[in-house]
Design a protein around this ligand. Structure first.
Ligand SMILES: Cc1cc2nc3c(=O)[nH]c(=O)nc-3n(C[C@H](O)[C@H](O)[C@H](O)COP(=O)(O)O)c2cc1C
Length: 461
């Protein structure tokens, strides 16, 4: 492929999932037995990703024991706590953690992310999720998942309140004037008295505005409501796309919706996932992929698939295609877009349940690509040039080796092609993604100056 210096820079995020995204990765000799809670393991991964000059690393999360602990490592550290330990051993790389808007309150979470942004010197990002699944609901006094629509309505109000909290301190509030004895100017710290459908919050936050203003806002749902939410709030979007055509359509769709909300389409970065399985030769890469698939325990995988598809496991026969009577997406209150992706993948390629389990084993619906470093770089470049992505969510099947191979073999090819940075030029996570620092809605904007925010602003004495 040719070097074209005119191209926009590509963005790369390392999605770190304990010992790797493949569900059988933990069975390989290299995997630490306690990968999910091993801080040295995560710190090693963060340093490797930073060595590759990646924009960011990302930790997924759900407030529930996900899946079957018999099947794969399911215990894990709380991700914002983990990020602070990663911030301490890195200097540049962005640090993104997932937190649920359904099972948190805005004040606690806004405080936690503002703290991570301070601790890391402006490298924090929040992957905003609404948390699908009744298991999680039952940890919070509910019998079932709140309805999909309601979850997204709550998420929108949640983000609105969180940004007000982050904006409740003007950037110049703290003056620490020892002479006059004024630490922070009272007129630059405000209550805002939010009264909404889901939340009543007065503010202000007890943490001053952070280096980035507030964390980078990331989103990962791809249903209609999910795309609207992303278009309105997200600065980066993680997404699972199996084909180039679908990815191009998704990116266009989300960016057009963003324009509909009065936003610059360049202000929202689309990052589809890829599970790269890298070998010296294509055959070697495929052999590793096959070896991993052979280590999957089908009885566990079928149970998981039946849960995702909301069908009786007895109807899933390993050597037959999916049964005809799978519910429609409109009947799903959990993760709608992932459900549709899996059903369409199985139907399009006429996969048996066994084959489908193999395809999902690597990345739970994300695209797995087995090949040489050159071939991985080619597919990244191809999707990027076709307008399917502003960058990629790199999801190594096995950690740490998959990340090391990506950083040491694929990144240099992307750099050589002029597609990826050779040094960090920015300091904050937003600077890595080429995104502007957000204005303070309570203090900096014309509307705020005129008092037209539609919320009561009260000075704090
Ligand atoms: C790369 C990626 C990472 C995700 N990480 C999480 C996560 O950590 N926690 C979570 O609850 N959901 C996570 N999701 C799921 C989404 O938040 C969402 O529930 C799912 O895509 C379905 O959304 P939808 O109902 O809008 O289609 C992730 C999705 C993607 C594509």
């Amino acid at each position: 492929m040719t070097r074209r210096p005119d191209r926009k820079p590509l963005h790369l995020n390392a999605f770190l999932m304990s010992v790797g995204h493949h569900e059988a990765a933990w069975r390989l000799p290299e995997s630490p037995a306690s990968g999910g809670t091993d801080i040295a393991h995560y710190q090693n991964l963060a340093r490797i990703a930073e060595r590759g000059r990646l924009d960011s690393l990302f930790l997924a999360d759900s407030p529930v024991l996900m899946g079957d602990p018999g099947r794969r490592p399911a215990n894990k550290l709380e991700p914002t706590v983990l990020l602070t330990a990663l911030a301490a051993v890195t200097e540049h790389i962005g640090l993104i953690a997932t937190a649920s808007t359904s099972y948190n309150e805005p004040y606690n979470l806004a405080r936690r992310f503002a703290s991570v942004d301070h601790v890391s010197g402006g490298r924090a990002g929040w992957n905003i999720v609404t948390t699908a699944g009744a298991d999680a609901a039952r940890n919070f006094g509910l019998d079932d998942t709140p309805l999909h629509r309601d979850r997204y309505l709550r998420a929108a109000e949640f983000v609105d309140v969180a940004t007000k909290l982050w904006d409740s301190w003007a950037d110049d509030a703290v003056i620490a004037d020892k002479e006059s004895g004024v630490h922070a100017r009272a007129d630059r710290v405000r209550r805002f008295e939010h009264r909404g459908r889901y939340f009543r919050v007065d503010g202000p936050l007890n943490v001053q505005r952070s280096p980035q203003g507030y964390p980078l806002l990331v989103q990962a749902g791809s249903s209609e409501d999910g795309k609207d939410f992303a278009a309105r709030y997200a600065e980066a979007v993680f997404t699972a796309q199996q084909t180039l055509e679908e990815a191009v359509a998704f990116s266009k769709d989300v960016k057009q919706r963003a324009v509909g909300f009065g936003r610059d389409p360049e202000g929202i970065k689309i990052l589809p996932g890829i599970v790269p399985v890298i070998g010296d030769t294509e055959e070697q890469a495929r052999a590793l992929d096959d070896e991993l698939d052979r280590l999957i325990r089908p009885e566990y995988a079928v149970r998981q698939l039946s849960k995702t598809l909301r069908v009786d496991p007895a109807t899933l026969e390993l050597d037959r295609e999916l049964p005809a009577d799978i519910p429609g997406e409109d009947e799903i209150e959990g993760a709608k877009s992932r459900f549709t992706l899996i059903v369409e993948l199985a139907r399009r390629e006429r996969l048996t349940v066994r084959q489908l389990i193999g395809r999902l084993g690597g990345g739970r619906g994300h695209r797995t690509f087995a090949g040489t470093a050159e071939q991985v770089a080619d597919t990244i470049e191809h999707w990027y040039d076709a307008g399917a992505a502003d960058g990629f969510n790199i999801m190594p099947a096995v950690l740490p080796s998959g990340l090391e191979l990506f950083v040491d073999r694929v990144v240099p090819i992307l750099q050589e092609r002029g597609l990826f940075r050779t040094e960090y030029t920015g300091r904050t996570l937003r600077e890595h993604y080429g995104l502007p620092r957000p204005a303070n809605r309570l203090f900096d904007t014309v509307d705020a100056a005129a008092g037209h925010l539609g919320i009561a602003l009260t000075e704090v004495s």
